[in-house]
Design a protein around this ligand. Sequence first.
Ligand SMILES: Nc1nc2c(ncn2[C@@H]2O[C@H](COP(=O)(O)OP(=O)(O)O)[C@@H](O)[C@H]2O)c(=O)[nH]1
Ligand SMILES: [Mg+2]
Length: 466
Amino acid sequence: MIPASKKLADPIAALATPMGSSGVAVIRLSGSGLPNSILPLVRDSKGRELTRNFFVPRQLMLVQLVEPQNLQTLDQCLIVYFQAPNSFTGEDQLEIHTHGSPILIKRVLVLLATVGIRSAYPGEFSKRAFLNGKIDLTRAEAIMALVHASSLNAVHEAARQMQGSMAKCWQSLRETLLTILVQLEAELDFADEEIEFSTHEFIINKLLDVRSSLEKLISSAQTGKQWQEGFHIVIVGKTNVGKSSLFNKLLEKDKAIVTDIHGTTRDIIEQSLEWSGIQFLLADTAGLRETQDTIEIEGMRRAHDRVKTADGVIIVYDIREGFGEAERNIANQHTDGHILYIANKLDLVKSNPLSNNQNSEMVEEIKISCKTGEGVDVLRNKIIDKFTTNQTHQEGSVILVARQLGILHNCYKYTNAALDLATNRSAYELIVANLRYMLEEIADLVGEIGYDELLNNIFSKFCIGK
Ligand SMILES: Nc1nc2c(ncn2[C@@H]2O[C@H](COP(=O)(O)OP(=O)(O)O)[C@@H](O)[C@H]2O)c(=O)[nH]1
Ligand SMILES: [Mg+2]
């Protein structure tokens, strides 16, 4: 059997940039034997053979890539060498910067395989970085989050996490938990009877600290989720008021069908878009009216559901009819109060002022015309303002992958259980158990790196023989 460490260093290669025609493509290599193993595939700019000394760490070297059988040149390219352990993976690493030709890239990958450098599995570089202690799991996940970021805010957040912001949070939580655990276990070992009152107080206070940090994290993760996935905005209103026209206008494309026939839109039509670096998911819905049509009824049900869960609701009505009961009913379903009232078809009142409905209820509305485009820009800015304020992406708000969010919720559950037990001054062994569950979850999250050191560190500060 190959020893684990040997297996790990097995050299791998992968295209790090998207496959397609481009100025430059980067092929990444990692593992043992580099750069020696690629020597048959490279020559210097004059066509001379190279030795491994040619590759000075962290310097871009100009080389020719050649077919090893007939030395035919494939490309002139740049190679940079990162010497272990000073590389992303912690292994010897190379980056080959070729021109971005898909045929060339495939050929290079085949040639690399012929010299014993196989194609990497998805995520294998990051996995190696983790296994070699270069990054913890939260940082590995931050790299994924950065690659898939859907807004500028998400990019900033991922960058912070790559620098270890989440790892620090978890680490500090872990330290607090360990402090409580150590104190409690020591007392349980040495005390014959009751736990001292001061210890009891200490445990309660520390657990309250833990709970409040967890609450902060959970709430900022919820905001973070919106920044990552986009703010969900739904357009609702009666039929024929111009919802689909507005949807198209905001998207600046003709996506939803617009006709003067009532009940044209039946299903929810969605489109994501970005304004000022913020991601939105805009939804057009079936108009609300009395109908026997089964499909339309289902469409309306879905529209109502959306109103309840959306981050923002845009209620559209015909300016000539004004805001009435139907619109008020929709507004009542959305409890967060993130609603904009849009009086559409302004052009028609301008051309016929008498058509304005005097019975319209007073609401703070934005008057627009989807036909002329008047007011649509104002509305767009209002959407950004209204639906994203109070949710400003601050330093503290975090975007967590589902796995981390799950662990956060579990920890919250265990902390509450421990607090209940501690308040009753009973079953301290169960508090210990809850603390241990949490520590296990967190260890899963960040990996076991540094666990022993951390324990030693905490024990060294703790005077057990008091
Ligand atoms: N005059 C005028 N007509 C509009 C305006 N917005 C939409 N319409 C028309 O109203 C009708 C219904 O529009 P549509 O967007 O399908 O409404 P929906 O049922 O709410 O989605 C269509 O004939 C549109 O051309 C507007 O601002 N002014
Ligand atoms: Mg429609």
